[in-house]
Design a protein around this ligand. Structure first.
Ligand SMILES: [Zn+2]
Ligand SMILES: [Zn+2]
Length: 572
């Protein structure tokens, strides 16, 4: 590909990254135009303006001409398109010129918004050649905007993109450990750029290994201990610090900013100064920290789990010694929500059973969709019977796991359930939910939930807000009332780990348990190989909601789960 084609490609990419769909379309069309006319360099573009080919869109030509006349190809190619996203936006926001940006980047080794924030805080920009306090102030002003301008990707996608780099990185000799930082490590629903920390004394080995990955074909930045690449429109940054102080890097880069501020206050009270690079004593000595725990310990605190580092009350609770013991993967004994080929799942029940056995669950529930759900394929009345026979056969073959026969029944517009009671009462567990967009107002939605939750056969309400990450907001209903109702009726609220749901989210899960409701953490899996990942996404979301093992139905034994189901069903 000629450099000229590559430039146009990058402009399209840049516009897409910036969220400007219209501009991205213009550049894609410009690229077609250039290719169709065998244009190899910006010099060749001139005749195009004199004699445009037939069918050439005027808006495309105009945009090309603007850049051509500004002599801008080379400028954009070399200085902006191949920068890490935060720096690119800093230039585009007008806070700095390209020359100033180069000085900042090279003198201070800055690649991200987190670096910039610390450099501004430490007043390091104003003393650089060609910069002054005014530029530093402009950068400070632009900083909050940078965060919002970097496009966010859903947690599920971020996790899978990060894994492609984490796994090979962990196998490089000399890499002590590798973990994502920032919003990804904190398990936020939507994640900005992906940044990975992997301490090593031999960064060259790690860089060489990374450059062999297909994800690293487009390098944005490369220095001794950093590599930033753009892969499928997602920026992945890898930092390779010395292990001896990597705990300080991990703490600072994980954030949140608000949490770090609270720690700074705590440090000041304990006679330390906490900076991005760690703890400094008043006599000027520096205390390196190989792990985060060493910094928390110096501040008299236990290590605070990343998922609750929001800067609200976690530091105060850590000081009091009343941090929650958050639910963890090893607490989970079974998965109560998944689909098979009997509805819109991809795999057979047998494949799902094998998947759950591999995760060492002691129980699982097959919960296919009812006839009126919006799913592509649904369980029929006749299907329920045949499915029961299939499950009976599998129970004989796999006595080491309890296979519950359940369903995820739709709550119909009038509040009734989408299977007759005489079908539901033969099932081991009934999950109920709504799947359609909120065509109904809050009152009507609440009525539907109320009648489903009062139904003795309904154990769990799945994905209660029915949001879709990132495109659809959840139902606008009174959730505190919903959670009260959950307590009154003995109905469990789900934290659904499917990447498009993550529902309840952390904030709502926290309100649910505060009201006394029990939650379940389920995969809502449609493919056996995703059982573990979606369960982990559910657990991270629950941890964001301060959920502990005692709040979660499926951390209990099979007998206790069955007892909870039976208690609501009442005497036969
Ligand atoms: Zn569902
Ligand atoms: Zn489901």
């Amino acid at each position: 590909m000629s450099p000229f084609h590559r430039t146009l490609d990058q402009l399209a990419l840049l516009a897409t990254l910036r969220g400007d769909g219209g501009e991205a379309v213009l550049w894609k069309r410009a690229l077609d135009l250039v290719r169709a006319n065998h244009i190899e360099s910006d010099v060749d573009t001139g005749p195009l303006f004199e004699n445009p080919p037939p069918g050439c869109a005027p808006d495309v030509l105009k945009r090309l001409r603007q850049i051509y006349e500004a002599g801008g190809w080379v400028l954009i190619e070399s200085a902006v398109a191949d920068l890490p996203a935060d720096l690119r936006w800093l230039f585009e926001s007008g806070a700095v010129t390209i020359e100033q940006l180069e000085v900042v980047q090279h003198a201070l080794g800055i690649t991200s918004g987190a670096d910039l924030a610390e450099a501004v805080r430490e007043q390091q920009l104003r003393v650089l050649p060609g910069l002054d306090a005014g530029v530093e102030a402009a950068v400070a002003m632009a900083l909050p905007g940078l965060r919002d301008r970097v496009p966010r990707i859903p947690l599920g996608r971020a996790v899978s993109v990060a894994e492609q780099v984490l796994a090979p990185l962990r196998s490089v000799p000399g890499v002590a450990w590798a973990t994502p930082v920032g919003s990804l490590r904190r398990g936020q629903d939507m994640v900005g750029d992906i940044e990975i920390l992997a301490p090593t004394a031999q960064p060259a080995h790690a860089i060489a290994a990374l450059l062999e990955l297909p994800e690293a074909s487009h390098v944005l930045h490369r220095s001794e201990r950093r590599l930033y690449v753009l892969s499928d429109r997602v920026q992945i940054g890898v930092r390779l610090p010395e292990p001896v102080n990597a705990g300080a890097d991990l703490l600072y880069l994980t954030g949140s900013r608000e949490h770090f501020e609270k720690l700074r206050e705590q440090a000041a009270a304990a006679g330390w100064t906490l900076r991005a690079d760690g703890l400094h004593a008043s006599d000027g000595t520096f205390k390196p920290a190989a792990s985060e725990g060493e910094i928390y310990a110096a501040l008299g605190l236990p290590c605070i789990p990343p998922e609750i580092r929001n800067g609200d009350e976690e530091v105060a609770r850590a000081i009091e010694g009343t941090l929650p013991a958050l639910v963890a993967r090893e607490d989970i004994r079974g998965d109560l929500h998944m689909h098979s080929v009997w509805s819109d799942g991809r795999d057979s029940i047998e494949a799902m059973v094998e998947g759950c056995r591999a995760l060492a669950y002691t129980y699982m529930a097959i919960t296919d969709h009812s006839p009126h759900s919006a799913a592509a394929r649904n369980l029929t009345l006749d299907g329920v019977k045949k499915q029961a026979d299939e499950i009976a056969r599998l129970r004989e073959r796999f006595p080491d796991i309890a296979i519950l026969h359940g369903c995820e029944v739709d709550i119909l517009p009038d509040g009734r359930l989408d299977f007759p009671d005489k079908v539901l009462e033969r099932l081991d567990i009934v999950l109920a939910s709504m799947h359609e967009r909120a065509g109904h107002g809050p009152e009507q939605l609440m009525k539907r939930y109320t009648s489903a939750m009062k139904h003795p056969l309904v154990t769990i309400i799945t994905h209660p807000t029915n949001r879709l990450v990132p495109s659809r907001r959840g139902y606008d209903i009174d959730y505190d009332r919903l959670f009260e109702l959950a307590v009154e009726t003995g109905t469990v609220m789900e934290i659904d780990g499917a990447p498009s749901h993550l529902d309840l989210d952390g904030a709502l899960a926290r309100r649910a348990i505060a009201s006394g409701a029990t939650v379940s953490i389920d995969s809502d899996c449609h493919r056996a190989e995703m059982l573990e990942r979606q369960m982990l996404l559910g657990i991270v979301t629950a941890r964001r909601g301060w959920v502990e093992r005692r709040h979660v139905l499926n951390t209990r034994s099979l007998e206790d789960v069955q007892a909870a189901i039976a208690a609501k069903r009442g005497p036969r």
